[in-house]
Design a protein around this ligand. Sequence first.
Ligand code: HXC
Length: 518
Amino acid sequence: MTELMKLKIEELEKRNDAALAGGGTDKITKHKSGGRLTARERVDVLLDPGSFIEMDRFVTHRCVNFGMEKSKPLGDGIVTGYGRINGKLIYVSSQDFTVTGGSMSRTQANKICKVMDLALKNGAPFISINDSGGARIQEGIESLGGYADIFTRNVLSSGVIPQITAIMGPCAGGAVYSPSITDFVFMVENTSYMFVTGPDVIKAVTHEEVTKEELGGASTHSQKSGVAHFTAKDDKHCLLLIRELMNFLPTNNLDDTLTLASKDNPDRLTEKINSIIPDSPKKPYDMLQVISEAVDEGYFLEVHKNFAGNIIVGFARFNGRPVGIVANQPQVLAGCLNIEASRKAARFIRFCDAFNIPIVSFVDVPGFLPGKDQEWNGIITHGAKLLYAYAEATVPKVTLITRKAYGGAYIVMGSKLLRSDVNLAYPTAEIAVMGAEGAVNIIQRDAIAKAKDPSAERAKLTGEYEQMFSNPYVSAELGYTDEVIEPAMTRKRIIDSLEMLRNKRDVNPPKKHGNIPL
Ligand code: HXC
């Protein structure tokens, strides 16, 4: 090596060391004392070992306000680049809280936009790890411009590449809107929070007292608002969970190469389901048990686990092929659809449709949840979202009715009447306009009132109605149900259906975009 080359390499090494030092030992020690990993450690856990290639390591901010020109940390509080998850290309950004609180400067935004542009052009997912005090206060509006550029890219990338956000520290003000546009939001318990206005502003304006955790911690957003799709107990758990999710996702909206070899026999009979569905239609059961019996190796990655428990959504595989599962949960609110459940499932279905992931629905739905609260808060609009999402989706759609499928909720939940491809039903299915007792109370009101023993008359008429309508056969006679199957055939028939639909091609009429009832 020449003397000059040696000097040049030494200088490069010095610069690399300065960039890798982040905010320095003291700040890193303080940061890690809260149980958090550094920005670089997070990238290392997220990506396949040794696969990360950093870009823009030497970028510095250009701010000259408040003496900022005296401190120009290399990288400007964010690590960006690309790497692999299980061999597949991923673009990533990871804010470094130890450098000016990870705050968003114009140059930090430029770094993020650079990898977002590459992700979109190259059709690979973008993962954003957020840990930031928000807009770099010293820069003011330039920083806001940076946020706007990120939001625009989030919107343009939506439906083209999967976008994931991990909230691993503060995320406040307008900064929350990039995560909320992305497809899946992960939060870490006790160390992350998201809110538009913090506790101090709330106290000043509404006089309400609330802690950061209560206002916008992981449990709040996973249970109450539904902003967070996944929560993790710590940083490492969160990053490994993202890797798990990525296994189910294609790299972009044109990629349909996602079948993995499955060790689970596609012809396996699912006899256990025979004893999961109770004899009494009034008794609840756990739909998760039905799902795990049916899918490959019983492996189901539930999304939005703690939000709107009356509907289940998540990913699984049938004969190695990823599917999105949507299912009513009779254990919660008897599986009724309400505002939260409709929003939750509609967004999930639209994600699956955008990324060519078939949708398998398990239906046991007595109807929409009645109540003033539901009506006043717009169940009409929100319920329509679910209907819209199912009807608009052009991916293979297979629906199995296990028990109740009543009224409008029957239509909405992936029925044949909304362009679903295959509708299956168990012999226990009750596909009707409404439950027998409710129906009799309306159409036989006079007969019941005139009877000597009204309650005996009601019971008799209810029995007759049940006999006539509370079964899958009326629907099968009309061709609304393609096949009535024994529960033991669940797995096999879903796989047969997905295989039959493998080359499905369906398009919606040309338009700029539809007008989903938002
Ligand atoms: C510049 C910031 C900063 C910011 C933190 N820092 N936030 N610098 N701009 N927004 C700096 C601190 O000055 C400090 O620098 C270092 O980061 C660590 O911050 P601490 O306060 O010591 O950390 P901690 O006690 O953990 O508190 C974290 C925090 C707090 C709660 C996030 O820093 C905070 O409240 N920051 C301001 C939050 C905020 O109001 N942001 C602007 C929101 S408006 P030193 O040098 O001392 O280590 C916004 C609009 C976005 O974001 C709109 C998008 C459309």
